[in-house]
Design a protein around this ligand. Structure first.
Ligand SMILES: [Zn+2]
Length: 441
C-alpha cells in the first residue's frame, strides 16, 4: 500500500496521539505494520495507538458494530443502528458556562425503544416518524438504562424504509437464538442444543438448601454453560429444545438460566459431534464483543502486541498475584516466585482481544523456557529482556488461541487454554486439539 492512500489515517493518528508521536514516527510505524507485518490498516492503527499510549477509546475508525436496540448494553463506543424517531425535542442546556441547544428523544426499531441525545444539532435534522441510518453513535448507561448518544463523529442519513416499533416490548413469545448469540440480559429466549455435560449442585438460597443442575450445552455456533433452577431429567448426548430461558453474565461469560417458566423437550435431531465442530470453528472478535464473551472459544488472528506484564514476572506465593520488588499489596514482604506469562493482543481483522497465556503455553509459544528466561534476565541485567525477545519472535505472527473469553469493566480477555501457530489443515488441527483435550481429561 502506498503512503498517499494513508493520508487520512496519518492525520487521524496524529489527532488521537496528541503529540505523543510525530508524523515521521507514525509514517514509519504504519509502513512497518502494513508492509512488513502485513497487518490490516485497522490493526495497524490499533497497534500504534496502544504502543504510543493514545486513548484507544477516542479512536473512532475501528469497526463499528451494527445492533438492534434490544442488544444495546450501554458501553458501545461505535455502534450503527437503523431507527425510527419516535419522539424528538430541542432542549437548552448549559455546558461549560455556555448555553447550547441539543436534541433528545426516543429511538425505536422492531425490538424496542431507547432514549437518545444528540449533542450535534447543526449537521442534521431529525423528523419524528422518519427512519434514519445512524452510524458511529455511542452508548452510555444512565440510571441503569442504556441510552444512545450522537457525537461529533456520528453520521445520520435518512432511510426510505419504515419500521414498526412495538407499543410495549413485553413479549411472551420466545425469541430463537443460536448459542453464540446469547448475551447478558436476554429473556424469553429459545435454543436447540446438545447436552455436553450435566451435574447436580447443592447451593443455599436465603438459608434454604437447594439442588440445581449445571452443565454445558452446544450447538454448531458455540458452547454455553447453563444453570437449571428446575428439575432437569436429561442425559449427556441428548438434543434439547429449551424455550423461555434467560441469560445472565456469570464470571464475565454469558450463561443460560432455566427458571420457572422454562420448557425443555427432547428432540430427535442428530446435530453431530458438536464438541469437535465448536472446537474447530473460529469466532470473530467483534461477535464476541457483541455478546460480551464466550465459553471455550477459538479465535484466529495476528499477534499485534505483546503487552506490559509479559515475560518473566514474580508472583506472591500466597495469592499468586504478580508483585514488584517482592512486595505484595495484601501480604507485604514475600519471597516472590518467578513465573512466565504472555499478555498478547490478537487481532482477527474485526477487533482485538487480550490473551493471557500461562507459563507452560508461553514456553511453547515463544520457545523460551523458564530456565532460559531466568538465565537471559541475569545475563543482561534487564528485567524486560524476556518480554523484548518474545516480542521479536511473536509480533505479526499468525496464531490461534482457544479458551474462555470473559469481559469486565476493562474489556474482554481470553484465558488461553490452547494456543499455537495457525495450522493450514484446519480439520486436522481441530482433531489434534480435541485429542489433546481428551488426553487432559
Ligand atoms: Zn499476596
Amino acid at each position: 500500500m502506498v503512503l498517499e492512500e494513508l493520508t487520512p489515517t496519518i492525520e487521524e493518528l496524529k489527532r488521537v496521539l496528541e503529540g505523543k508521536a510525530d508524523e515521521e514516527t507514525i509514517v514509519r510505524e504504519l509502513d512497518t505494520y502494513i508492509n512488513v507485518y502485513r497487518s490490516t490498516v485497522d490493526a495497524a492503527k490499533r497497534g500504534i495507538i496502544r504502543k504510543y499510549g493514545g486513548d484507544e477509546l477516542e479512536f473512532v475508525s475501528g469497526e463499528s458494530v451494527k445492533k438492534k436496540i434490544e442488544q444495546v448494553r450501554g458501553d458501545e463506543q461505535n455502534v450503527d443502528l437503523l431507527v425510527k424517531i419516535v419522539h424528538v425535542e430541542e432542549r437548552e442546556i448549559t455546558a461549560r458556562g455556555e448555553s447550547k441547544t441539543i436534541l433528545s428523544g426516543i429511538l425505536g426499531d422492531e425490538t424496542g425503544t431507547i432514549p437518545f441525545t444528540s449533542w450535534e444539532t447543526g449537521r442534521f435534522s431529525l423528523d419524528k416518524g422518519a427512519t434514519y441510518n445512524v452510524r458511529s453513535a455511542y452508548a452510555k448507561t444512565w440510571n441503569d438504562r442504556p441510552q444512545i448518544n450522537f457525537g461529533k463523529r456520528t453520521e445520520v442519513e435518512k432511510d426510505e424504509s419504515s419500521i414498526d416499533v412495538p407499543q410495549r416490548v413485553i413479549s411472551y413469545s420466545s425469541k430463537e437464538a443460536k448459542v453464540a448469540e446469547l448475551m447478558d440480559g436476554m429473556s424469553n429466549v429459545s435454543v436447540t442444543a446438545k447436552l455436553l455435560s450435566i451435574m447436580p449442585k447443592d447451593i443455599n438460597v436465603k438459608g434454604e438448601p437447594r439442588t440445581i443442575f449445571t452443565g454445558t450445552l452446544a450447538d454448531d455456533s458455540g458452547k454455553v454453560e447453563f444453570s437449571s433452577w428446575v428439575e432437569f431429567p436429561h442425559e449427556t448426548g441428548e438434543v434439547l429444545r429449551i424455550e423461555n430461558a434467560y441469560v445472565r453474565a456469570f464470571r464475565g461469560i454469558p450463561q443460560l438460566n432455566l427458571g420457572d417458566r422454562v420448557s425443555v423437550t427432547r428432540v430427535d435431531d442428530d446435530i453431530g459431534d458438536l464438541q469437535e465442530l465448536t472446537s474447530s470453528t473460529p469466532r470473530t472478535i467483534s461477535d464476541l464483543e457483541t455478546v460480551g464473551g464466550g465459553l471455550d472459544v477459538l479465535v484466529r488472528g495476528s499477534l499485534v502486541d505483546i503487552r506490559n506484564g509479559s515475560g518473566l514476572i514474580k508472583r506472591c506465593p500466597e495469592c499468586r498475584r504478580s508483585v514488584l520488588n517482592d512486595e505484595c499489596i495484601t501480604h507485604g514482604r514475600v519471597q516472590a516466585q518467578p513465573d512466565l506469562r504472555i499478555k498478547a493482543v490478537l487481532d482477527d481483522g474485526t477487533g482485538a482481544l487480550t490473551c493471557i497465556v500461562n507459563r507452560e503455553l508461553s514456553e511453547s509459544l515463544s520457545g523460551i523456557s523458564m530456565e532460559e528466561a531466568m538465565r537471559m534476565t541475569e545475563e543482561h541485567h534487564d528485567p524486560d529482556v524476556v518480554a523484548k525477545e518474545m516480542e521479536s519472535r511473536l509480533l505479526a505472527k499468525k496464531a490461534e488461541m482457544r479458551g474462555n473469553v470473559v469481559s469486565d469493566e476493562y474489556g474482554m480477555m481470553m484465558i488461553v487454554q490452547e494456543c499455537g501457530p495457525v495450522t493450514v489443515d484446519v480439520k486436522a488441527g481441530a482433531r489434534e486439539l480435541l485429542a489433546k483435550l481428551e488426553a487432559m481429561l
